[in-house]
Ligand binder design. Structure first.
Ligand code: ATP
Ligand code: MG
Length: 556
């Protein structure tokens, strides 16, 4: 107990404030009792007890050892059952447990629709890189590197970007759980004019997807057991580095050290002397820093074994899921139109400068790289490529803006062309049979996938709106045409999403508000005619023009 301090309230009588007592020369209960007597001027035959605020008496070496800790508040009483002669105040500390950081992802990333949520955890790290590269003048490079053949704590998932990097202050803020952009803004308000221009960006592709102050930490510890953040802002000579690990949290807890205190190391680019030589791949990564003007490298190690298996075995599925999440960031507002020989798309698309790639490193083999832009069969690509016509609209609800698109996938000769969703495993295998496709196309599934600030929010789907739902009364359009429609909604940040970015909070309810104004948009022009009528006209036209059925005529 040497060096410890306790606070003792004398409540035998009176209301004096507490006394701070340092336990430097106290090695037993007898020492402690003597010190108390001295401090409070108690005569040798004075009647008193020393107790915790829970009224447990401290009267032996054992109780002293067990009950008295540094910073505790104690009572001096005549006897244990007496009334307090005046109120007391006890100092308490309620720092969150470090599980807040290392286990939160475990509860946040849940499976839905039969999907493994791991790609969505990786997406949190990509979100940060998309935000960090928004002002890049040249290309925006985001690279996910997988080193999964390594054993134990050498397995790594890295996310590298050439974004703006972090200053030491920003790196410190990175580690603070729940320090959202809103808190940071409040801190800055006096220094800066709040000049968030409300520019209208198509599909809300504003790269503003670093929001709550949880994603990066939550994702890193969902994936592995430690996160090393290595970053260099543009005008800095030095690289800043911070390591947050489960092992270190446990060590601090055991040694009763401050849990949330740490160091940020600043060093020369390429300088790796602080890392043990056994981490060869990490050394190589550190070497790569040389010559990079600004960057952030996120290095997650000790990848959980179930994730290693999924990342290896289901590569094709999860890479397509990511291509779908960032589809419009990668391809621009119109999506993947690489099937059209449209020169405009290929050359001057301002969105074509975001490269998101996945590189897999295997022992003794050449590494393999996949650029998400080269994927042509993620779900959105499939919708876009098989659509024969589109119907664009917008919804406004106060400052809330939603762009929407519907696409028509016709019946072609002997089968429906509505694409099959094999990104989610729940899709019934039976659906793939022609028989089923004939009957259902989209079936009873929701029409709309939903994007927020341009990024897919995977677990929220919007079934339909009154104006595009299957009518109860038979009209002049065959009902199956209503099943041949897919759609996407693009919400701006006036709509809220949950902190794991898996679901919207109340998107569908807000959209069903009677003040929500829906308008068809042709070119860039909102149409005045009512959307119901415009939709049915469009659907009718789609059916007449694009559905093709083989008709067998008996020739007598
Ligand atoms: P969200 O919960 O929406 O992810 P967030 O992005 O603010 O919010 P984290 O993902 O934990 O929360 O990241 C915290 C902060 O660290 C970010 O706001 C950003 O300032 C900084 N940061 C994280 N990753 C990067 C990066 N790759 N480049 C630059 N800064 C980054
Ligand atoms: Mg984030």
């Amino acid at each position: 107990m040497a060096g410890s301090t306790v606070y003792v309230f004398d409540r035998r009588k009176g209301s004096k404030p507490e006394k701070e007592i340092t336990l430097d020369d106290v090695f037993s209960f007898a020492d402690f009792k003597e010190l108390i007597k001295k401090e409070f001027g108690i005569p040798y035959d004075g009647e008193f007890v020393i107790a915790t605020t829970n009224r447990d008496e401290i009267n032996t070496d054992e109780t002293y050892e067990e009950l008295v800790e540094d910073g505790d508040t104690l009572l001096l009483l005549v006897h244990l059952k007496q009334d307090l002669s005046a109120p007391i105040q006890e100092r308490v500390d309620y720092q969150p447990h470090y599980d807040t950081i290392i286990r939160s992802g475990m509860y946040e990333y849940y499976a839905s629709e039969g999907q493994n949520p791991l790609p969505f955890a990786i997406a949190e790290l990509i979100d940060n890189s998309v935000t960090a590269t928004v002002n890049n003048v040249g290309p925006r490079n985001i690279e996910i590197r997988l080193y999964l053949d390594e054993t134990g704590d050498k397995s790594m998932v890295c996310v590298l970007d050439n974004g703006k990097g972090m200053t030491t202050r920003e790196l410190n803020n990175w580690a603070i759980f729940r320090l959202s952009k809103f808190n940071r803004k409040r801190q800055r308000l006096n220094q800066e004019n709040n000049s968030d221009e409300e520019r209208v960006i198509p599909r809300s592709l504003n790269s503003d997807i670093s929001y709550f102050g949880v994603g990066g930490k939550q994702a890193a510890f969902y994936i592995g057991d430690s996160a090393r953040m290595i970053s260099k802002p543009k005008d800095s000579k030095d690289v800043h580095e911070m390591l947050v690990s489960k092992e270190e949290f446990e060590r601090r807890e055991k040694n009763k050290e401050d849990i949330y205190s740490d160091v940020i190391t600043s060093r020369q680019p390429g300088e790796g002397s602080h890392v043990s030589q056994k981490y060869e791949t990490l050394h190589k990564l550190i070497k790569e820093e040389e010559g990079k003007e600004n960057f952030t490298h996120v290095v997650i190690t000790s990848i959980k074994s179930q994730h290693i298996k999924f990342l290896k075995d289901d590569f094709s599925r999860w890479s397509r899921i990511l291509a779908n999440v960032y589809h419009y960031y990668i391809h621009g507002p119109q999506g993947n139109q690489s099937h059209l020989s449209n020169a405009m798309y290929r050359t001057s698309n301002p969105y074509k400068n975001i490269d998101i790639s996945i590189t897999t490193y295997k022992k003794g083999q050449q590494h393999q790289q996949l650029n998400l832009r080269d994927i042509v069969d993620d779900l959105q690509s499939k919708y876009i490529r098989s659509a024969k016509d589109t119907f664009e609209f917008k919804v406004s609800l106060g400052t809330g803006l939603v762009d929407g698109v519907l696409r028509y996938h016709p019946f072609l000769f002997d089968k429906e062309s509505y694409p099959i969703d094999n990104e989610s495993v729940l899709e019934d295998v039976d659906d793939e049979t022609d028989d089923n496709k004939d009957k259902h196309a989209r079936g009873s599934k929701a029409i709309f996938k939903c994007y927020w600030n341009g990024r897919l929010i995977p677990y929220t789907l919007v079934q339909d709106f009154a104006w595009c739902a299957k009518p109860t009364k038979r009209g002049n359009i065959p009902v199956e045409c209503y099943n041949r429609v897919s759609g996407a909604l693009f919400a701006n940040d006036q709509f809220e999403v949950s902190t794991n970015k898996l679901t919207f909070m109340d998107f569908e309810i807000k959209l069903s508000d009677r003040n929500a104004a829906f308008q068809r948009v042709v070119g860039d022009h909102p149409q005045r005619l009512k959307i119901d009528k415009q939709f049915t006209d469009w659907l009718h036209k789609c059916h007449e023009t694009h559905d093709k059925q083989i008709c067998f005529i008996r020739d007598y």
